[in-house]
Design a protein around this ligand. Structure first.
Ligand code: PA5
Length: 428
């Protein structure tokens, strides 16, 4: 992975001026890891043998994966699979509690050929449990509970929570989310690796990439450490009024990386009145939608462009339309050449309009580069938390809305929340 920050409007001397804080952030993180309060940094060194064994067991009688989970329990796996394998017709995600989505998934699959991976660290997220329960109901006519159970893999806390209780009571195959790994930092745990391995992603190679990133992102020299660079540049930009961070990969297969990043950056750093709003964009599509604003709107953004040097496939444009002079510049070129030219064009325009950006370029889009990217961004986020003076591993403000919804649905213990909600908004 190469990181070019020449046009970030942050120079070396500014970065070096905060190098003491950046080093302190690493020491703070090392200490949390030593005390076992933070666990994501240990994930690259995990074994994948138990995951491979479980995939092999389920693959004997299933060929489709339905992942039931939301947020940190689905985005990482979805992103990894999409980045390495592209869109897969045998992989579905039930994250939203939208009945239309449930209907479209259920009508696209043969339930008896599916493996269902229910993922929830807490074991109680309403959307996940609701989709799981709706699945049991929808499968009723096709197979009984015993047959459905054979197709289940539940990924949850190793000891606590209702899903763990269910696994123990019903002897359901299960995997674990380490208690010291927050959901959005869990892609390199069983949470992301089981779905990925099932879909044919080489999870050992993914962890190898993450191991390389571990080595690089614990280096004390800020200019040689990509996580410190990302964190430092974004922090300094924030201090200069760049309150929005746009993630714009020039790669369809990396489009979900922007979704994954969006959650990581928002939920980890949006605290105590601070934080940078992450925005998802996609090159070149959003050149035709967002770039007008980025170039000529308020100068409140720092943009990250990600591109892939070597495409796995490419297509030449036909030697046609000789009579149309305005098309002739395209003849003989490939789609990748156009893609790269558009990226260079965007960078040139950013420089001209004074829009700060960093450019991350990865040689190939594969398991290793994804492992490297995930880990580097997790480290950058954790370090940013230290710079912001907030805890990047919790999400207290997410809970309030959930508590109101529980009250509304009559969950015992949340009666007062229902009353409070009725006082705040009309629920009828
Ligand atoms: O990062 C987080 O902790 C959250 O986004 C969770 O991943 C998300 O809310 C899902 O939670 P759970 O895995 O407990 O179902």
């Amino acid at each position: 992975m190469k990181l070019n920050y020449l046009h970030a409007h942050i120079d070396r001397s500014e970065l070096l001026s905060i190098s003491r804080h950046l080093k302190e952030a690493l020491s703070w993180l090392r200490e949390l890891v030593e005390k076992k309060e933070v666990g994501f940094t240990e994930l690259p060194f995990s074994s994948t043998e138990h995951i491979k064994a479980l995939v092999e067991k389920k693959r004997r009688f299933t060929d489709t994966l339905v992942l039931i989970g939301i947020g940190g329990s689905s985005l990482g796996a979805e992103c990894l699979i999409n980045a390495v394998k592209g869109r897969c017709s045998s992989f579905f995600v039930l994250d939203n509690a939208d009945p239309d989505k449930f209907a479209s998934v259920i009508s696209s699959i043969d339930l008896r050929r599916c493996c269902f991976n229910v993922v929830s660290k807490s074991g109680s997220t309403a959307e996940t449990i609701a989709n799981f329960m709706a699945l049991i109901e929808a499968a009723k006519d096709k197979m009984g509970w015993e047959e459905l159970k054979k197709r289940l893999v539940i990924t949850t806390d190793p000891e606590k929570g209702s899903l763990r209780e269910l696994c123990q009571k019903e002897s359901i195959d299960s995997l674990s989310v380490p208690p010291n790994v927050a959901g959005r930092y869990s892609v390199l745990s069983d949470v992301g690796l089981f779905p990925a391995e099932y879909m044919g992603v080489n999870t050992d190679k993914t962890l190898n990439g993450a191991k390389k990133a571990h080595k690089d992102t614990f280096k004390d020299a800020p200019l040689e450490n990509p996580a410190l660079l990302i964190a430092g540049i974004h922090w300094l930009s924030y201090l200069k009024g760049k309150t929005i961070s746009v993630m714009m990969p020039y790669s369809e297969r990396l489009s979900l990386f922007a979704d994954w990043f969006r959650q990581l950056w928002a939920e980890s750093l949006g605290k105590g009145g601070r934080g940078q709003t992450p925005v998802k964009a996609l090159g070149t599509v959003d050149q035709h939608s967002q770039i007008q604003l980025y170039n000529d709107g308020p100068k409140d953004k720092i943009i990250t462009l990600i591109s892939v040097e070597k495409a796995d496939v490419d297509f030449k444009m036909g030697d046609v339309f000789e009579e149309l002079e305005s098309f002739s510049y395209l003849r003989g070129h490939t789609l990748k050449e156009l893609f790269d030219a558009e990226l260079s064009g965007t960078m040139g325009a950013f420089v001209k309009y004074g829009v700060p950006f960093i450019h991350i370029s990865i040689e190939r889009l594969d398991e290793e580069s994804m492992g490297y990217l995930f880990f580097t961004y997790e480290m950058a986020t954790a370090v940013s938390g230290f710079l912001y003076g907030i805890n990047p591993f919790d999400q207290p403000a997410v809970e309030e809305g959930k508590r109101f919804a529980y009250g509304l649905l009559g969950r015992p213990g949340f009666e007062e929340k229902r009353k409070e909600l009725e006082g705040l908004i009309s629920t009828t």
